[in-house]
Structures are given as C-alpha cells and as structure tokens.
Design a protein around this ligand. Structure first.
Ligand SMILES: [Zn+2]
Ligand SMILES: [Zn+2]
Length: 188
C-alpha cells in the first residue's frame, strides 16, 4: 500500500542557455507529491504516517522554498552573491528563519543562509525529481515522486525492495537499536 503526501514549494529559477522565455528569471508555485510504499503496519493500519513523510521531506526541502535555484555555471550566480554580500544578507539575516539543513549531494548544494540552491543540471521538473529522490531515498521507501510546476509536470516510479521496521504505536521508522524515536517503544 502507499501513503501519499504533497508539499508546496515556491521558488525562482531560470533555464540558463535555453532558447525560450524560461531563460529569464521567473518564479513558480510547485507541488511535489511523494508516495511511500510499504506493507500496512498492523499496529497503526498505515504504510507510513503522512505527516511524518512531510516532516522528513520538509526538513531538507524547505531549502527550495522561497529560494533561488541556479545552475552552477550560470553567470547570475556570482552576480547575485555579490549583491547579497554588499547588502549584508549573504551569510544570513535575523528574519531568515525558515532555514532547512544545509546539504550537498552530487546534484545540488543548499545555502540556507542566503536561500540559494546551486544545481549541477538545469532545474526542470525532471531535474527536481532526481534531486529529491537522491536526498530522501535513504530516509523513506519512495515508490513515486511527481512534481508539477505551472504547466510542467513529471513523475518517476521507483522499485521498493525493502520494508521498514516501524513502531506499532505511532508508525514511524525505528532506529538502529529498534527503538521508536518518538514514543520510546522498544522492539524485543
Ligand atoms: Zn520555470
Ligand atoms: Zn512510536
């Protein structure tokens, strides 16, 4: 069975070198749908709690919300960092509080202090799906990711081969010691 959650992301980007309007900086309200597959955990009668999928995903994905996403070779990148630097907001600001955990993967690097994500490839809806899967595949049994942004949409399915050991009382994944990090339940 699948537990499905959606997350809204508002971001700015452009397709550097693209022949079309998308080469100009513009913004989107994107909707990311994550489908997690597992057996139905008999204790809670769920594959995985949707609010927990959301929490796990949001911890890293808030880096993309109200953020600028640019490809690493885009000349706008040094120009914008220069403006942020001169304005004194490059390394953070007291009102920039909704910050995610900084991350660096093969495909993307997040700089939460200046709400910037630098990507290896152009951040199309397809590109975003690759980045998200890479960030979350070890934390959630992801069976499908869909991303829609304006008229653009893409989805990818993944084969789920393992089942997660989950708490029979609250449904979330148990840690390596077999203990629920939320309620303290211990597997024996
Ligand atoms: Zn766009
Ligand atoms: Zn629990």
């Amino acid at each position: 069975m699948r537990s499905i959650t959606t997350i809204q992301l508002q971001y700015a980007h452009r397709f550097y070198g693209f022949r079309g309007e998308a080469q100009y900086l513009h913004g989107h309200s994107g909707v990311l749908t994550i489908e997690v597959e597992d057996s139905v955990n008999p204790g809670v009668n769920m594959a995985f709690p949707c609010n927990e999928i959301q929490k796990t995903a949001w911890d890293v994905l808030k880096n993309f919300d109200h953020a600028l996403i640019l490809r690493e070779d885009d000349p706008l990148l040094p120009a914008i960092l220069d403006v942020y630097e001169k304005q004194g907001i490059r390394n953070g600001h007291p009102q920039n509080t909704m910050k995610g955990e900084a991350f660096k993967t093969e495909l993307a690097t997040a700089y939460p202090d200046c709400r910037l994500v630098v990507t290896k490839e152009t951040m199309t809806v397809e590109g975003m799906i690759k980045i998200v899967y890479d960030l979350l595949k070890d934390k959630l049994n992801i069976a499908k990711i869909t991303f829609t942004s304006g008229v653009n949409a893409a989805s990818q399915e993944y084969e789920v081969t393992k089942s997660m050991d989950r708490c029979p009382l609250c449904g979330i994944a148990l840690n390596e010691e077999g203990v629920c990090p939320k309620c303290g339940y211990k597997k024996r």
